[in-house]
Design a protein around this ligand. Structure first.
Ligand SMILES: [Zn+2]
Length: 170
């Protein structure tokens, strides 16, 4: 458990890198025998690419580093429950174990919105959820709160500047 939290903190540090780019803060780390093989964060906006989720990028890098698509001895740590695309990539890469932080009520594909492990696929990773759950969830909720606030400020300043445009000059 202690070790899981230690690696989840690395995934959280990746999520911070995403937040700095105003990306939804999700980070992922792939490990082999407890050693970090790859780490990545969501860059969907920066790369203007729908597949640039943290997990897909971390799996991509791990395959390159290990020289093969079978990651059956690897584990993936991710701050948010994987979406259907990432859960699919995890099954396809044969990752043996998934450790995630916060549940994803909107798109979580390992038990929350749906469970890919309920289907008769040829690989079922072991799933552990809720590791540093509060920290992972609060990183997301504070990011969205800050985003809403900045949008509100922007629309208010737009309103006040447009008022100025229409107010008569005295
Ligand atoms: Zn995903």
């Amino acid at each position: 458990m202690e070790n899981e939290e230690r690696i989840m903190r690395k995934a959280l540090a990746e999520a911070d890198k995403a937040a700095e780019l105003l990306e939804v803060p999700v980070g992922a780390v792939v490990t082999l025998d407890g050693e970090v093989i790859s780490s990545a964060y969501n860059t969907r906006e920066t790369d203007k690419n729908a597949v640039c989720h943290a997990e897909v990028k971390a799996i991509d890098e791990a395959c390159r580093k290990l020289g093969g698509w079978r990651l059956h001895k690897c584990e993936i740590y991710v701050t948010l429950e994987p979406c259907p695309m990432c859960a699919g990539a995890i099954v396809n890469s044969r990752i043996k174990r998934v450790v995630y932080g916060a549940k994803d009520e909107k798109a979580g594909a390992f038990g929350t919105k749906l469970n890919l492990n309920d289907f008769a696929l040829n690989h079922k990773p072991e799933i552990v959820g809720g590791v540093l759950e509060e920290e992972c969830a609060s990183k997301l909720s504070s990011f969205f709160a800050a985003l809403r606030e900045s949008r509100q400020k922007r629309s208010e300043s737009e309103k006040s500047s447009s008022n100025k445009d229409f107010s008569p000059d005295i």
